[in-house]
Design a protein around this ligand. Structure first.
Ligand code: SF4
Ligand code: SF4
Length: 128
């Protein structure tokens, strides 16, 4: 049995690689406002991805802003996948009240969890 999902292994490899290179990973590019990252996202709370409806209800109880998210499925590694009901015509209809992870997306943490920005996203990860 494989205890470590491939993304976890890739993330660890990337982290070690960055240490060896001694270079700083940066986020380059800009948002093209395609809205894709609001249509299909995994949500991290307290350092881990939400993987159950129970965890999601807990997150909503702590911060009602999470209630805008709708569960659409589960990715192959466990985290639930959501779409955001605040996305209207590819725009955030609640921009001033969006979650912190919305305004910070994408962070280098995404890269070090073995994930990437979505295809077509205007951002990319690069070493400075
Ligand atoms: S996927 Fe990338 S380009 Fe599209 S809205 Fe999100 S951050 Fe912007
Ligand atoms: S709150 Fe706005 S920025 Fe955040 S996921 Fe929803 S539509 Fe996107």
């Amino acid at each position: 049995m494989n205890m470590f999902p491939p993304e976890t292994v890739l993330g660890a490899f990337r982290y070690l690689h960055s240490l060896i290179r001694r270079k700083q990973l940066a986020v380059a590019g800009s948002c093209l406002q395609c809205g894709k990252c609001c249509e299909s996202l995994c949500i991290s709370v307290d350092g881990g991805f939400i993987e159950s409806e129970y965890q999601f209800r807990e997150a909503c109880a702590k911060d009602p802003r999470y209630e805008r998210f709708v569960i659409t499925g589960q990715d192959s590694f466990g985290p639930l996948v959501f779409k955001c009901s605040s996305l209207v015509a590819n725009r955030c209809a609640d921009y001033g009240n969006r979650l912190e992870f919305c305004s910070n997306y994408p962070t280098t943490n995404l890269y070090f969890t073995g994930r990437n920005v979505l295809p077509g996203c205007g951002f990319r990860f690069s070493y400075e």
